[in-house]
Design a protein around this ligand. Structure first.
Ligand SMILES: C[S@@+](CC[C@H](N)C(=O)[O-])C[C@H]1O[C@@H](n2cnc3c(N)ncnc32)[C@H](O)[C@@H]1O
Length: 215
């Protein structure tokens, strides 16, 4: 059993929020994703943000490898998904939601070709050594002109402990330096009384857009 399966089994899911994410509702309109598009939510858990994205008229494709999380999402939203088993993943669908049960790193090309993606507590949840592979998977699962909204977590004092693993703005710039363009939309302090302290934790909201490679 993985760390994540254990966390879901024992209901230690402190990252889950019972309300829509403020940064999503504030900034989704700023990234100009086509209305009514297909939005990928990698490492989705049972996030209510998927409901908000669907409420905007989008089709939502979540990816999650813990079955308990997926069952909880559909049950808590009173939906009865249709389940089909494929080679590397099991698909659970109740339109406009599709959740693929499987490991994001095993997702093959052309299973998903999303127009947009939303990353909250996803890249920061994976081990830093897998970040580049995660970006490669995002590239595989999105269209050439796809746009993403990503919310990071940076804790300068944390070192390599996690999850969540601290992800700096410089890390984001480096990880998305090839085939993407990125823009910082907002940076907030996660410890407002100490916001002038450069060692206090922050969160940055990025717009990330796939861009043709310049050779
Ligand atoms: C920190 S939680 C965040 C969930 C969601 N994004 C949210 O904001 O509530 C990370 C989720 O990713 C899932 N996960 C971790 N590694 C994964 C992988 N390799 N493939 C698919 N899901 C994964 C975990 O089971 C967990 O539900």
């Amino acid at each position: 059993m993985t760390f994540w399966h254990e966390r879901w089994k024992t209901e230690q899911i402190g990252w889950h929020r019972d309300s829509f994410n403020d940064m999503l509702t504030k900034h989704w309109g700023n990234i100009n994703a086509v209305k009514g598009c297909e939005v990928l939510v990698p490492l989705c858990g049972k996030s209510l943000d998927m409901v908000w994205l669907a409420n905007q008229g989008n089709n939502v494709i979540g990816m999650e490898f813990v079955s308990d999380a997926i069952q909880a999402f559909f049950k808590e939203n009173r939906l009865n998904p249709l389940t089909t088993v494929n080679r590397n993943y099991t698909q659970h669908q109740s339109k406009p939601f599709t959740i693929l049960e499987g490991d994001i790193f095993e997702l093959e090309s052309n299973v998903v070709q999303a127009d947009a993606w939303y990353d909250r507590a996803a890249m920061v949840a994976i081990e830093p050594s897998l970040r580049k592979a995660y970006v490669d998977q995002l590239r595989k699962a999105t269209k050439n002109d796809a746009v993403g909204l990503m919310i990071t977590y940076t804790n300068p004092q944390q070192g390599m402990d996690g999850p969540p693993y601290s992800l700096t703005d410089e890390d984001v710039a480096k990880l998305f330096s090839e085939g993407f363009e990125w823009k910082c939309l907002e940076k907030i302090s996660l410890d407002p009384p100490n916001e002038s302290d450069p060692n206090s934790p922050t969160s940055t909201v990025f717009e990330i857009r796939r861009a043709p490679r310049i050779t």
